[in-house]
Design a protein around this ligand. Structure first.
Ligand SMILES: Nc1ncnc2c1ncn2[C@@H]1O[C@H](COP(=O)(O)OP(=O)(O)O)[C@@H](O)[C@H]1O
Ligand SMILES: CC(=O)N[C@@H](CCC(=O)OP(=O)(O)O)C(=O)O
Length: 289
């Protein structure tokens, strides 16, 4: 009996959060680095479905860098990166789009649908969701090809899906003015989308427990980080690689009215529930000051 009552207390602890977040939009970036483990994937899909059933509107933006690398490798095409962004020639772009839009996106959609929620998978091409511009570089050797950055988000399609009760699942692909398909870093898309949707929260799920003072030291996670600290840590290379677009996405979102932004470990079970519905919170929260 005691154990049962304990369960009731756990639910009651979550009550203020259920109330505060009812009807609010949360943008969740699902990183490619945490997609390998099937059990964790299932846990995460359960979390997202639970959010929907308690009245929150989750919007999923997914990555898939490792899966793209795997397919390129199978085709004997070398993956190249400059400053963490994939050099994307025409052939690579076709593979990126295939893996992100056809493979990963639809897998997430079908897992959510198996949980008796309804997900719809789209890319930035659908409903003109992501207008992008080709990234330009000062030096020709840094030309990344079909890599884009978000120029404008037209969130109508996503808002409509939310209104109709669906969980939107978004692949980070945009279209240029000229109609070119562009490969965009998924972290940047998540940040821009959170702003455009006026989301309550932006959450990055990745393969570390949050931001660390020393990326190699597991015990150096900080629970909060300010804008000034972010700038300093990037300059000193304490924040580097794939973490840079995440903290930049958080900064941009907070600056534009998103109330809370978090970086969480997607390699532990149920990180979303722990962060959203418990008093302790996990990971790192980005705050202005
Ligand atoms: N200060 C830092 N704290 C934690 N991780 C960091 C830091 N700086 C860089 N990183 C790196 O960022 C990685 C997460 O980014 P990334 O590999 O792009 O993952 P994802 O596929 O989830 O977007 C971590 O595995 C870690 O190696
Ligand atoms: C331009 C660029 O680098 N795009 C990324 C898009 C996928 C992504 O961002 O995936 P993760 O979140 O798993 O890293 C790529 O091609 O890998």
């Amino acid at each position: 009996m005691e154990e049962l009552i304990e369960k009731a207390y756990i639910l009651i602890e979550a009550l203020p959060y259920f109330k505060d977040y009812y009807g609010k939009t949360f943008v969740i970036k699902y990183g490619g680095s945490i997609m390998a483990d099937e059990k964790l994937k299932k846990n995460l899909i359960e979390d997202i479905t639970l959010l929907k059933y308690v009245g929150i509107n989750p919007v999923v933006v997914h990555g898939g860098g490792p899966a793209i690398n795997k397919t390129l490798d199978r085709l004997n095409i070398k993956a190249n990166f400059v400053d963490g962004l994939r050099v994307t020639d025409k052939e690579t772009m076709e593979i990126v789009e295939m893996v992100l839009s056809a493979q990963i996106n639809k897998e997430i959609v079908s897992l959510i649908n198996q949980m008796q929620a309804s997900a719809v998978g789209i890319s930035g091409k659908d409903g003109n969701l992501i207008k992008a511009v080709k990234k330009t570089f000062e030096a020709p050797e840094k030309d990344l090809g079909f890599v884009g950055e978000v120029d404008k988000i037209n969130p109508k399609i996503v808002e409509q899906l939310i209104e109709d009760g669906y969980i939107p699942v978004i692949a980070p692909i945009g279209v240029s003015e000229k109609g070119e398909t562009l490969n965009i870093n998924a972290d940047s898309v998540a940040g821009e989308l959170a702003v455009a949707l006026k989301a309550e929260k932006l959450i990055y799920l990745t393969d570390v427990d949050g931001i660390r003072y020393d990326p190699e030291d597991e015990d150096s996670r900080v629970s909060k980080l300010t804008f000034a600290e972010i700038d300093e840590w990037i300059a000193k290379k304490k924040i580097k690689g794939g973490m840079v677009p995440k903290v930049k996405g958080c900064k941009h979102a907070v600056d534009s009215g998103v109330l809370r932004t978090h970086i969480l470990n997607g390699l532990v079970p149920h990180p979303l529930l722990l962060e959203i519905f418990t008093d302790q919170g996990v990971g790192t929260m980005i705050i202005k000051e």
